[in-house]
Design a binder for this molecule. Structure first.
Ligand code: BGC
Length: 448
């Protein structure tokens, strides 16, 4: 096709889709009749826009890489020492977002789940009867906001947290069998007139010698070391995720009947609840994986970002507000968490199943196939490889996205950025960083 016509058609597509944004924006807050009418108008406009855009570019949009839709997921661009969000990365262009989950809400749930378990099992929990309920904790990554929140959530609920700079200290303590560590304190629990001490006996960042964090094998070794020197004192095992939690459960706590708690609701962990794994938290990866791809799809379609999210799309996909929140000032979507325990685990046995309210196939006529580059920071990460990526692979079909999945080594950013050699081949990007400080190594490549 002649270049001039292509440019004209693209300009038309943009102006039509801008109209579409306006009407969909109104419909999401307006009354239902108007909303339906607006939706139809918007859909018709979308179709025209899509048709025009499709004929304008069969391959990649012709857009500059720096303007293409970009979503960060699972590791939020942020300062790994202070937790401060990297707003330059989060607002790299108009179609940039982050998708993750509500770390504080999830952390509170995990803490409460463990505390409730202790109270309900108070007659048997203190295995050596010394009046001290001892727990050990596997920490994922001391520079990762989600890991920090989970460590704090446990210490807050169990009364073992101490203040540092206005928040609960989240540092690992090494071993603390005598209760003298300064980064934690002993908590106190009264049940039926009886008083117990709760003590964090040990905690450690599970980082292997090559530098990979959240490392399950390291956690398996740690429980071996801890149990051989003070195993009798360990009454509860807590982990920042299920990968490390299951490693400790399989290595020691299952045989010793010590309740072990994780996070992620991976299939193996949920199944282990039947055998005595204490519980886990679903971070609603089925909602996150959908949002990760949906924000790209919407930007590629030139429609309001809320389409198929808070506002139903033509295929009927929509999320209710009890499963996610959007914080516009952080340009971030956060899925909400759910506790998974012996009471409800039967409902969570397949972590890779798409979420029913957003499981409808988009029509390829008006949502043409687009090419996406997506990386998983560590191909060996338990949660990302066994739960998140299979979900993404289910949704990519429904959303007509042709995705190249790149698996990193979990240690060096360049192992991944080296494989983003030709961004011009792609219509959009989904990025999972090794280190949350490193967003610029990606945006630099897109800005070239
Ligand atoms: C998960 C961990 C995972 C980490 C990777 C977290 O949200 O809970 O299991 O290792 O993401 O960044």
């Amino acid at each position: 096709m002649n270049r001039k016509i292509v440019t004209m058609l693209m300009a038309m597509a943009v102006s039509v889709s801008l109209t579409a944004c306006g009407s969909e924006g109104t419909s999401s807050s307006g009354n239902t009749d108007d909303a339906a009418a607006n939706n139809e108008a918007a859909d018709a406009a979308d179709d025209t826009a899509d048709d025009a855009a499709d004929s304008a570019s069969d391959s990649v949009s012709g857009m500059a890489n720096m303007d293409k839709p970009l979503v960060w997921f699972n590791r939020q661009p942020s300062n790994s020492s202070t937790g401060e969000l990297d707003m330059a990365a989060l607002s790299f262009n108009e179609s940039t977002y982050y998708v993750g989950f509500d770390a504080n809400q999830g952390a509170d749930l995990q803490g409460t789940m463990v505390m409730d378990y202790i109270k309900e099992n108070i007659d048997s929990i203190d295995r050596n009867g010394d009046g001290v309920i001892g727990y050990v904790m596997a920490i994922g990554d001391i520079g990762h906001n989600d890991s920090i929140a989970r460590t704090r959530g446990i210490r807050k609920a169990l009364g073992t947290g101490v203040d540092k700079d206005g928040d609960i200290n989240s540092e690992p303590i090494g071993t603390n069998t005598d209760g003298t560590a300064t980064a934690v304190q002993d908590g106190t629990l009264e049940v039926d007139g009886q008083s117990y001490t709760i003590r964090e006996l040990a905690s450690q960042e599970m980082k292997n010698s090559a530098g990979a964090t959240w490392d399950a094998a390291t956690a398996g070794n740690a429980i071996g070391t801890w149990s051989s020197s003070f195993g009798e004192e360990i009454d509860v095992v807590v982990s920042n995720n299920d990968g490390m939690g299951m490693s400790m459960f399989n290595a020691w706590s299952n045989d010793n009947k010590v309740p072990t708690f994780g996070y992620d609701a991976n299939n193996d962990a949920v199944a282990a609840i039947a055998e005595g794994y204490g519980g886990t938290i679903s971070q609603h990866a089925d909602v996150q994986a959908y949002l990760t791809l949906r924000v790209l799809r919407n930007a590629l379609d030139g429609v309001d970002v809320d389409t198929g999210i808070g506002t139903a799309d033509k295929a009927g996909n929509v999320l209710s507000d009890d499963v996610y929140v959007y914080k516009a000032d952080e340009r971030s979507y956060y899925a909400l968490n759910v506790a998974v325990t012996a009471e409800n685990y039967q409902d969570f046995t397949d972590s890779t199943k798409v979420f029913a309210p957003v499981s409808n196939q988009l029509d390829e006529g008006s949502h043409a196939v687009k090419k996406v580059w997506l990386d998983i920071y560590n191909a060996a990460d338990n949660f990302l490889s066994s739960t998140y990526q299979p979900l993404l692979q289910n949704y990519d079909d429904l959303l007509n996205l042709d995705i190249d999945y790149i698996g990193g080594d979990g240690q060096t950013e360049s192992n991944i950025t080296n494989r983003l050699g030709n961004p011009s081949q792609y219509d959009a990007f989904a990025i999972n960083m090794v280190k949350t400080d490193n967003a610029a190594s990606y945006t630099a490549l897109l800005s070239q």
